[in-house]
Design a protein around this ligand. Structure first.
Ligand code: PEP
Length: 257
């Protein structure tokens, strides 16, 4: 019942022209496909209008990479959920590990941002994951559970299935080190178990949990064949149309498509 969902996080790459060209390449390659996989891209803020316009009516959804928790005000340099909605963005990444590690985001600020998404009708892609030190200390489940409690614990059962959870072990992001399918599945099962414990059964059954961390064309299918891995959040490999398309093909294979 959960369709695979593959999202490319372009990070601080691709200004408007380059972003438009990559969006066009994806649009062309995916036109008329038998859509067994949901696909999205997350360009930088300044490239969102071009990409939203290029991908209109294609079924490829557009996400922002971040937002501010307030709707407007004296917050120099920030962008609100309402502004993103006006630009035509459907999703927003929240709590990516780079934001947590490099920009001081906390569990509390991530929770406020999830709330802001809901206020503007944006669908959050909530990133959670442990660092290498936390994994080595055997703390991975405790860390991810703490992040989930903070970001989703106060939401209603009707809201949670609109959230995509991205499990991204920090040690696997941009490092070329991928979690093995079994390591990833184990944490995805923990996350689904958390949903089961907190909410009515339909929530755990319908909420999508992506894996992120050095996903490539050659490991995508193997990861997404795991029963609780419902897609991928892809960084580096999403900057190249061919490689990103190979990941989407891997997701289709894993879905039996
Ligand atoms: C990410 O930034 O969300 C990510 C998973 O990056 P990469 O695929 O490059 O590891």
């Amino acid at each position: 019942m959960r369709r695979k969902f593959v999202v490319g996080n372009w990070k601080m790459h691709k200004g408007p022209q380059e972003a438009d060209a990559l969006a066009e390449a994806l649009k062309k390659a995916l036109a008329g496909r038998d859509a067994t996989v949901d696909v999205g891209v997350a360009p930088p803020f300044v490239s969102l209008p071009a990409v939203v316009s290029r991908l209109k009516h294609t079924g490829i959804v557009v996400a922002a990479q971040n937002l501010h928790a307030e709707q407007q005000g004296a917050y120099t340099g920030e962008v609100s959920s309402e502004m993103l909605r006006q630009v035509g963005v459907a999703y927003c990444l929240v709590g990516h590990s780079e934001r947590r590690q490099l920009f001081g985001e906390t569990d509390a600020s991530v929770a406020r941002k999830v709330g802001a998404c809901f206020r503007s009708g944006l669908l959050p892609i909530l990133c959670v994951g442990e660092t290498l030190a936390e994994r080595e200390a055997g703390q991975e489940a405790a860390v991810v559970t703490r992040q989930l409690d903070a970001a989703l614990g106060a939401l209603g059962a009707d809201q949670v299935p609109s959230v995509t959870i991205a499990y991204e072990p920090v040690w696997a992001i941009g490092t070329g080190k991928t979690a093995t399918p079994l390591q990833a599945q184990d944490m995805h099962a923990t996350i689904r178990g958390w949903l089961e414990a907190k909410f009515p059964a339909f929530v755990a059954k319908s909420t999508r949990i992506q894996y992120g961390g050095s996903v490539k064309g050659n490991n995508a299918a193997e990861l997404m064949r795991m029963p609780d891995i419902d897609g991928a959040l892809v960084g580096g490999a999403s900057l190249n149309a061919e490689e990103f398309l190979a990941i989407i093909a891997g997701a289709a294979t894993a879905s039996g498509g």
